[in-house]
Design a protein around this ligand. Sequence first.
Ligand SMILES: [Zn+2]
Length: 270
Amino acid sequence: MPELPEVETTRRGIEPHLSGQHILSVSVRQTQLRWPIPAEIIRLKNQLVISVGRRAKYLLVELPKGWIIIHLGMSGTIRVLPEKLPAGKHDHVDLHLSSGKVLRYTDPRRFGCWLWTINAPANHKLLANLGPEPLTTNFSAEYLFRQSRGKNTLVKPWLMDNKVVVGVGNIYASESLFRAGISPKRRAKSLTPDECKKIVISVKKVLELAIKNGGTTISDFLSAEGKPGYFAQKLKVYDRVGEPCQKCGNPVQKLTQAQRSTFFCAHCQR
Ligand SMILES: [Zn+2]
């Protein structure tokens, strides 16, 4: 599943091709994604793209009359391609651009979505209750410590809760806790201010590294230029059960928390 670094990689990949261009028209071959693609998007003609933003895992394409909100779901990818390249079975949406290229949305499982809003996207019901962006100063040690008070939840599913902070998916939660030296068996309420600081620094570092490397290759992620992400090679504990910990040499362990696999080093993470 594309996580925040993959979505941000996609945003950075498509932004130079979209901003300042016009969407001449839209071809929709399959309207039934997670929700039906609204007529306002299908009917778009000669619309200037003002900006391409992101909030959590949503891409926000700003047009003069409103915003297209795109979520990649489980298997969505967006690429910028030459117009004459024939569409495949899972290529559901094309934006025809004034540059002569197309922005093509591919989604075999169709859990993604394309939605339209004329109001500020921050107020949209899918986005209104989200926690802070992890790479902004709103996600700080003080904030995380305040949030952790009285929370009996295990620290890993708690970090993955979009109301606490957005964009920390399963891979990045394991990696961040390893870097912070915090055991995934801890409860959120047991964290000290100093430990919250270590977690915040680690989350930012892990996500920045993943974005720098174009996301991970897990679940067939391809960036906007069609290149795979290389972050999987840099993962320190995720999917490395039994391999020696890169800090201490003890074997990486695995456990299941909230139906998700957690990878950690019992020696380095306390
Ligand atoms: Zn270790």
